[in-house]
Design a protein around this ligand. Structure first.
Ligand code: DGL
Length: 275
């Protein structure tokens, strides 16, 4: 926040954005924990993926997404994209007058709570891995922790195709996760919006002794904690509404997004981020 005091309405919506459909894994967990909140999701489907782009580009795109949600009067912004959280959180916090949470800090906190050996693996997009954001966040909490990072770029298209079981994702997971297994991590952070869909196959490859940390779930808990601490939980007994905004074709988003959301998606609208 940029210093000014702003009072928020508890009936205002929570804004959530991601580069595309993936952040629906985060919104789904928020909806589960906070059934009475109004939620507005923005998927920047015209510009996805963020995970392969430069920090400057990700910051620019993330800022436009955040501004678009802020003008709709949100009371809290959740940066549901790991890559955007990794690169843009500080810039967004400095620029916008709403409380902002990302997915990296909650994931890092859960990893530190879970590890016994202090050896933590983190998987994410090339951008998230290059940024070092998870490593910094974990080391801030546990300076002696050893953090091993691995980019798993093919997991994103696999999850979007719905190829989350069987030989193809298993072979990809085996290839990507071999080094982390060798390092004998006891905790693995699923540091990308799409990876919770591949949880089964990732768990199978890593084995039963490795705890998987789902950043989406942890972020939902953090969302509830922050709203509650600020006295901003909407609790008037009626279910909250969902609104989905996208920057490319709403029908394409509805098709792929339903797998991430777990139900058909209604109320999907197109928005222009460069009016
Ligand atoms: N949402 C992105 C993330 O969590 C994955 C997809 C992308 O590369 O944009 O990092």
């Amino acid at each position: 926040m940029n210093g000014q005091t702003v009072h928020f309405d508890r009936n205002a919506p929570v804004g959530i954005f991601d580069s595309g459909v993936g952040g629906l894994t985060v919104m789904r967990q928020i909806r589960r924990l906070l059934p009475q909140e109004h939620l507005i999701y923005l998927g920047d489907t015209a510009r996805v993926p963020y995970g392969t782009k430069s920090p400057e580009t990700v910051i620019r795109y993330a800022t436009r997404c955040a501004q678009t949600l802020t003008v709709r009067g949100i009371k809290l912004l959740v940066v549901a994209c790991n890559t955007a959280s990794a690169y843009a959180l500080d810039a967004l916090r400095a620029a916008l007058p709403v409380p902002i949470i990302g997915v990296v800090e909650p994931g890092a906190q859960a990893a530190v709570r879970s590890t016994h050996s202090g050896k933590i693996g983190v998987i994410g997009t090339p951008g998230t891995v290059r940024s070092g954001a998870y490593e910094r966040a974990i080391r801030q909490l546990a300076p002696d922790a050893r953090v091993f990072l691995q980019a798993c770029p093919l997991f994103v298209p696999l999850a979007e195709e719905g190829w989350v079981r069987g030989d193809v994702p298993f072979l990809a997971a085996n290839r990507y996760l071999g080094r982390l297994k060798q390092r004998q991590v006891d905790t693995l952070v699923l540091g990308c919006t799409h990876y919770p869909l591949l949880r089964g196959v990732i768990g199978k490859v890593m084995g039963p002794d490795v705890s998987l940390v789902d950043s989406a779930r942890e972020t939902a808990r953090e969302t509830r904690r922050i709203l509650s601490a600020a006295g901003l939980i909407r609790n008037n007994g009626r279910p909250g509404k969902n609104l989905f905004l996208v920057t490319d074709n709403p029908n394409t988003f509805s098709g792929t997004g339903a797998r991430f959301w777990g139900h058909p998606l209604e109320h999907v609208e197109w928005v222009d981020l460069n009016p």
